[in-house]
Design a protein around this ligand. Structure first.
Ligand code: XMP
Length: 514
C-alpha cells in the first residue's frame, strides 16, 4: 500500500473535506472513527485529528489514546483535536466568552516553524468553536495568535506535534492549503505519488492478481461510478467481465439506448435487459414514495439476479462503491440517508466474492480516473441520478404515459442546460451538481393557450449545487435560461401548462422530491 495519512474523525462536518484536501496533495489518506487508529500499520506517515461537535468537557466527548501515535509519527490536531491534545497534556481549555466563529486574522506567526512556513502576516483563517485554549501544556509553545485567541496555533517543543484551533481545510482559511501542504509534504514527507495515473496502473495490476482467470459480473446503472468501475475492470480482465444493465422503464428519455451504445463503443461486454413491463405492472396504483422505492429495489434485485444466474461460472460481483459510501459515519446529528438500491442477497446466493476497486476514491477522483482511462467526457460529467429513476420524480402513481410526459420535459431542460454557455464558456450543466424535472401528476392547474382554457399538470424544475449530496443549495440559474426552458416545455409537452423552479436548499428539503 502507498504512504498514507490517517484522519481520525471526531464527528466534525468538515472531516471529509480534510480527506479531500490531503488527496489533492496527491497523498493517500484514510478517514477512520476516532478510536480505530491502525496501530502498527507501517504505511502511516502522519495523523490528523478532526474537529468535533463536542467540548472536551462533555461527559460523552470522544476519547482517544494519544500515545498510540504521538511521538511515533507527526500529528496535527484541528479545532477539537487541538483542544483535546491541550486538555490531555495538562493545558487548560475553557468555554470562550463569545463563541469564536467566522473570519479571524493571524498575528505573531512563527515563520520559522515548519507548519507555518510561507504564511503572510494577517493571513485569514476560519474559526468555529465554543471552547478556547487558555493555557498550553508544558513543553508546547504558541506559533500564531488572533485578536481573540492567544493560541490559534501551537507546537510541541519535542514531539512532532502541531495543533490549530482554526479550520485549514475550509475555503475561508486562505492559506489552509499551504498549511496542509507544509504538514503532509514538508513534515510527514509525503512523496505525493497518489494520482489518477498511479491509481489506474496499480489497480489494474492488483485486479489481475486478485481475479486471476475468474469471471466477474457487474451491474451498470449508466452513472459515473459503475461505468468507471466497468472500464477499469475491462482493462484488467477484458471479456471476462460481464456487465448487466437493467432498464426499469423510468430512465431519462432515450437513456437506455444511448448509454448502451456508449458502453459498447468503449468495448464493454454488456447485456441490456428491458424489464420495464414488470416494473410498471408492480407499480400500478402505488403512490407512497418509500413503497415505490421498495418495489423497484426488489424487482431490480430479482431481475438482476436472474440475469446474473445465467453466468454460471462467475466468481465475483464487482460494485462501483466509492469512499463516501463506506466511511463509517459517526452520525452524531442522527441524519438519515435514503436507502440506495444494491444487488442484495446475490453474493451469498451465488457464492460470489465482492470486488470494489473504487472503494478508496472520492467522487472527483473517480471522475479523474475516468478521464485517465480515456472515457467520454459527457459520461464522466453526468449528474447523479437516483436508482428508482423518474419514479421518485412523479408525485403520484407512476404510469407509462406520465413517464413519457416527464421524459419530454426533463429532456428539454437537460438539453438546454448542456447547450447554455456560461460567461467562462463552460456549459451550465457542468456548473450544477444535479438537475431534473418533477411532474406533479396529481395536481392540475388552470391555464390558457390560444383561446382555450387548459387544466393540466405543473412541472417543477430542480437544480442544486453540492459537493457530496449531503447538503445542497438551489442553483441560481440565469433568468433568461429559465424563461426559455419554461416556454419550451409548455409549448412542446402536452399535458403540462405551468413550470415552477424549486428554490429550497438541503436541509431542510432533500434533493429529490420523494
Ligand atoms: P436526497 O433526495 O436524499 O438525495 O437529498 C441525495 C442523493 O441521493 C440520490 N438518491 C437516490 N439514489 N436511490 C439512489 O440510488 C435512491 O432511492 C435515491 N434517493 C435519492 C439523489 O438523486 C441525490 O443525488
Amino acid at each position: 500500500m502507498p504512504q498514507k495519512i490517517i484522519i481520525l474523525d471526531f464527528g466534525s462536518q468538515t472531516t471529509q473535506l480534510i480527506g479531500r484536501r490531503v488527496r489533492e496533495l496527491d497523498t493517500f489518506c484514510e478517514i477512520l472513527p476516532y478510536n480505530k487508529y491502525p496501530a502498527g500499520d507501517p504505511d502511516v506517515i502522519g495523523v490528523i485529528l478532526s474537529g468535533s461537535p463536542y467540548s472536551v468537557h462533555d461527559p460523552e466527548a470522544f476519547q482517544v489514546a494519544l500515545s498510540e501515535f504521538v511521538g511515533r509519527v507527526p500529528v496535527l490536531g484541528i479545532c477539537y483535536g487541538a483542544q483535546y491534545i491541550a486538555h490531555q497534556g495538562g493545558g487548560c481549555v475553557e468555554r470562550a466568552d463569545s463563541r469564536e466563529y467566522g473570519r479571524a486574522h493571524l498575528t505573531g506567526i512563527d515563520l520559522a516553524d515548519a507548519l507555518l512556513q510561507g504564511f503572510e502576516p494577517g493571513s485569514q483563517v476560519w474559526m468555529s468553536h465554543g471552547d478556547t485554549i487558555t493555557a498550553l501544556p508544558d513543553g508546547c509553545h504558541a506559533i500564531a495568535s488572533t485578536a481573540d485567541v492567544p493560541f490559534a496555533a501551537y507546537a510541541s517543543d519535542a514531539a512532532p506535534l502541531w495543533a490549530v484551533q482554526f479550520h485549514p481545510e475550509v475555503f475561508h482559511t486562505v492559506q489552509g492549503g499551504l498549511l496542509l501542504r507544509n504538514f503532509v509534504v514538508g513534515i510527514c514527507g509525503s512523496r505525493q505519488q497518489w494520482s489518477a495515473a498511479s491509481f489506474v496502473d496499480t489497480t489494474i495490476e492488483q485486479l489481475r492478481q486478485q481475479l486471476g482467470h475468474d469471471r466477474v459480473i457487474l451491474g451498470l446503472s449508466g452513472g459515473v461510478d459503475s461505468s468507471v468501475c466497468a472500464v477499469l475492470l475491462n482493462r484488467a480482465i477484458g471479456d471476462r467481465l460481464t456487465c448487466i444493465f437493467v432498464d426499469h422503464g423510468m430512465l431519462r428519455k432515450d437513456e437506455f439506448r444511448k448509454v448502451m451504445e456508449a458502453y459498447q463503443g468503449m468495448g464493454l461486454n454488456v447485456r441490456g435487459v428491458d424489464a420495464s413491463e414488470r416494473f410498471f405492472a408492480d407499480l400500478a396504483g402505488v403512490t407512497d414514495p418509500e413503497r415505490k422505492r421498495k418495489i423497484i429495489g426488489r424487482d431490480f434485485v430479482e431481475v438482476f439476479n436472474a440475469e446474473a444466474a445465467r453466468i454460471t461460472d462467475a466468481r465475483w460481483l464487482a460494485q462501483g462503491t466509492i469512499y463516501p459510501d463506506r466511511i463509517e459515519s459517526l452520525n452524531i446529528t442522527g441524519g438519515v440517508i435514503k436507502s440506495h438500491h444494491n444487488v442484495g442477497g446475490l453474493p451469498e446466493q451465488m457464492h460470489l466474492r465482492l470486488c470494489e476497486p473504487l472503494q478508496w476514491l472520492f467522487k472527483d477522483e473517480v471522475r479523474r480516473v475516468g478521464r485517465q482511462l480515456g472515457m467520454p467526457g459527457r459520461l464522466i460529467k453526468r449528474h447523479p441520478f437516483p436508482g428508482p429513476g423518474l419514479a421518485v420524480r412523479i408525485l403520484g402513481e407512476v404510469t407509462r404515459e406520465r413517464v413519457r410526459i416527464l421524459q419530454e420535459a426533463d429532456d428539454i431542460y437537460i438539453q438546454a442546460m448542456l447547450s447554455y454557455r456560461c460567461d467562462d464558456g463552460e456549459p451550465l450543466y457542468d456548473k450544477v451538481w444535479q438537475a431534473g424535472a418533477i411532474l406533479l401528476a396529481d395536481v392540475h392547474s388552470v391555464g390558457v393557450m390560444g383561446d382555450e382554457r387548459t387544466y393540466e399538470h405543473p412541472v417543477a424544475l430542480r437544480a442544486v449545487t453540492s459537493t457530496d449530496a449531503m447538503t445542497a443549495d438551489w442553483a441560481h440559474l440565469p433568468y433568461d435560461f429559465l424563461a426559455r426552458v419554461s416556454s419550451e416545455i409548455i409549448n412542446r409537452v402536452r399535458g403540462v401548462n405551468r413550470v415552477c423552479y424549486d428554490i429550497s436548499s438541503k436541509p431542510p428539503a432533500t434533493i429529490e422530491w420523494e
